[in-house]
Ligand binder design. Structure first.
Ligand SMILES: [Zn+2]
Length: 695
């Protein structure tokens, strides 16, 4: 039995096809009992069946394997659980021959309070504290609810039945109810069998809920379940869900695969939300919107969260990652689609400007030497949780957007639809998506994208003009200023003089030189702003690389190009997004000593740049300025302080004056930012404001 310990994956002797799971939760005693009948194919002669189980007490006497072909029942001589590996090893005296059969296991477990597996969450009803039973199986906790092959590639169908449910409670699972039998004040609820799916997407919720309901134009029933009395607060999410299902059906060109979608607000949930197939769970704060009391910004949070989870119903649930190594694609993709959907439902929000928060946060994290590639080899179940970090979500979403922007929206969508169709009800690896996009676009995708997913970090692209040539050079960016030797295949986008003049190319080597006339149809001259001009000195007055900040890289412009861009900013020829990008890059380059501080300050001096910045909701740029290590000379600190004091938009002028005039703050002069390091932007704000206005 020892040979099965410490392995990354289960051995492949047996393949599950169908689970018949019966569970009897006891919400008062906080435990459950159950049985599972698993239809298996034995694919290699073996004395062992190895599957996953954790924190379950398996009734060894109940375990049997009925071999279909032989009409014979095998009983294991040993049944042992190895908790460290989350596996249950069944050893048989005789060899189990190839063929199909049914494995039966009875077990008991605890409705735990750890928010994983089959757990209890609490709510109040009529002033009384009550338990509800909830599941959270991703990544590897289905095994805490019933013994199973708990790997995303081991897809099967699930027939679920709940016993002993108090009749007044709502009992939900992935599929609609097939039959409900009342027995006194308890009921047995059985659900329709699911399509082929992965174990981590199986879900059960038992509790007291109200709901609101609507239908998509295809007739899919959508409900939002909330605590009793809060159903109205589910109406906004319901609206978003119906619209997003319709949108995704069109975008992926495949209908929503299940007959219903339920979304449930859960008081205790380890993630913000979980995309269980047909039964999505959310933290209450992520799903509910109170028209009377919620801030308008919460609408965006609800929309992004709902759209993210519903995108997974196709990208993740219908087509599932083959292994956890590809988790980044699942999460990055759903994050990107959530913005796509939000932009389509509420164009007035200009949500892509807020996507810059994801990009900026991704660039910040990935600029650290301790970063990791977004595609990480997973060797043990215990490592999976570590992969669920901001790198997977934020950099993942950004490199997908970079690719979409490079290939073009239409080609991208068409290729994606064929990928979904090809791998539906099955599993795929990252390279399967790249293959579909290569086929659809005729462009290389696999090799360029591997350079982004399999190595950490990103480049800074230096751009300069020399002898009518445009020179590009890439070096790895580290916020510490260190040298890295990474190299990428960079999808470069650039606009020249106007957003109508747009060019793309792949920077494949460390450096590349393009003939300006050939590439852009213009030449360099001293006319106009002193930058670049076309033949009649009218069009190519500036060059902006990384148009709309869709790329995951920074850009450093040589002086002449930078001057032309400053001129374009002054003439309001650049989009808000591009202005933000230029500033963000300039700031990061200055802080890492890759560019002079003076050039940042020159850029900052543009009054309207400053004004426009205030429209960015989270002010990432300012946020970062607070984290700048205080290592430079006092003069620079003072300059930054003055800028902060003058620009900080949340600080009214009167407040600034009052801070400045406080005696205590006058004394702070020359003492650096007080109170640093303090976690969090808000925590630092008063101290920073006081300091900045005192220098
Ligand atoms: Zn997700």
């Amino acid at each position: 039995m020892e040979q099965f310990k410490g392995q990354p994956r289960l051995p492949k002797f047996a393949v599950p096809k169908r689970y018949d799971v019966r569970l009897k939760p006891d919400l008062v005693a906080c435990k459950f009992s159950g049985s599972v009948y698993i239809d298996l194919d034995i694919v290699a002669d073996t004395k062992f069946i190895v599957l996953n189980a954790a924190e379950l007490s398996v009734n060894a006497g109940s375990v049997s394997f009925a071999h279909g072909g032989l009409s014979k029942v095998f009983k294991p001589s040993k049944a042992e659980t190895f908790e460290d590996d989350g596996i249950l090893v069944l050893e048989f005296v005789e060899m189990l021959p190839i063929g199909s059969g049914v494995l039966v296991i009875e077990f008991e477990g605890i409705l735990n309070d750890k928010m994983k597996g089959f757990y209890r969450s609490t709510y109040e009803h009529n002033g009384e504290k009550k338990n509800m039973a909830v599941t959270q199986f991703e990544p590897v906790d289905a095994r805490r609810c019933f013994p199973c092959w708990d790997e995303p590639a081991c897809k099967a169908t699930f027939k679920i039945t709940l016993d002993g449910v108090p009749s007044e409670l709502v009992a939900l699972s992935n599929m609609p109810i097939q039959e409900e039998k009342l027995n006194g004040h308890l009921k047995t609820v059985s659900y329709m069998e699911t399509p082929i799916m992965s174990t981590y997407l199986v879900a059960i919720v038992v509790g007291l809920f109200d709901y609101v309901e609507d239908h998509t134009s295809d007739g899919v029933k959508v409900r939002v379940y909330c605590q009793v009395g809060k159903a109205d607060q589910g109406k906004f999410a319901l609206h978003v869900a119906v619209k997003t299902l319709e949108l995704c059906t069109e975008y992926f060109a495949v209908p929503y695969p299940l007959p219903k979608l339920d979304m449930v607000a859960i008081p205790d949930l380890s993630f913000g939300a979980m995309e269980n197939y047909g039964l999505v769970t959310y933290r209450e704060i992520v799903l509910l919107f109170d028209e009377q009391h919620s801030a308008a910004a919460n609408k965006q949070r609800v929309t992004i969260a709902v759209a993210h989870e519903l995108a997974h119903q196709w990208f993740g649930n219908l087509v599932t990652k083959e292994w956890w190594t590809h988790l980044w694609l699942n999460e990055g993709f759903a994050t990107w689609v959530s913005y796509l959907a939000a932009d389509s439902l509420f164009p007035e929000w200009k949500i892509w400007t807020q996507f810059l928060d994801e990009v900026a946060a991704g660039l910040k994290l990935d600029g650290l030497e301790e970063s990791h590639p977004i595609e990480v080899e997973i060797n043990h179940a215990a490592e999976i949780d570590e992969v669920f970090d901001a790198i997977s979500y934020k950099k993942g979403a950004t490199v997908i957007r970079m690719l979409q922007s490079y290939l073009g929206a239409e080609v991208f969508q068409r290729s994606l639809a064929s990928y979904i169709k090809k791998h539906a009800y099955s599993n795929a690896k990252t390279e399967d998506l790249w293959a579909a996009l290569e086929e659809g676009s005729g462009e290389p995708v696999n090799k360029p994208m591997n350079s982004w997913t399999q190595q950490k970090g990103y480049p800074v692209i230096s751009v300069k003009v020399k002898d009518q040539k445009l020179e590009f050079d890439q070096t790895q960016f580290y916020s510490s200023g260190s040298q890295g030797d990474g190299q990428w295949i960079v999808p470069i986008t650039l606009s020249c003089g106007s957003y109508d003049v747009r060019k793309n190319f792949l920077l494949q080597a460390k450096s590349e030189t393009l003939d300006i006339k050939e590439f852009l149809g213009c030449s360099v001259g001293k006319a106009g702003c002193g930058g670049i001009s076309n033949k009649d000195n009218a069009l190519c007055s500036w060059i902006k690389v990384n148009v709309d900040q869709t790329g995951f890289y920074r850009v450093k412009y040589e002086d002449e190009l930078a001057a032309a861009l400053r001129n374009a900013i002054e003439k309001k020829q650049l989009s808000e997004t591009d202005r933000f990008g230029i500033l963000d890059d300039s700031f990061a380059l200055s802080m890492s000593r890759k560019q002079s501080f003076a050039s940042l300050l020159t850029l900052l001096n543009w009054q309207h740049v400053r004004n426009r910045l205030q429209h960015f909701p989270k002010l990432q740029w300012w946020h970062r300025s607070l984290q700048w290590p205080i290592t430079s000379q006092m003069g620079t600190k003072r300059t930054i302080g003055r800028f902060w004091c003058a620009f900080h938009p949340e600080l009214p002028a009167t407040h600034k004056n009052s801070i400045k005039n406080r005696p205590a703050n006058k004394k702070m002069e020359g003492k650096g930012i007080p109170g640093t390091p303090v976690a969090g932007f808000q925590a630092r704000l008063p101290a920073l404001s006081a300091w900045s206005c005192s220098v």
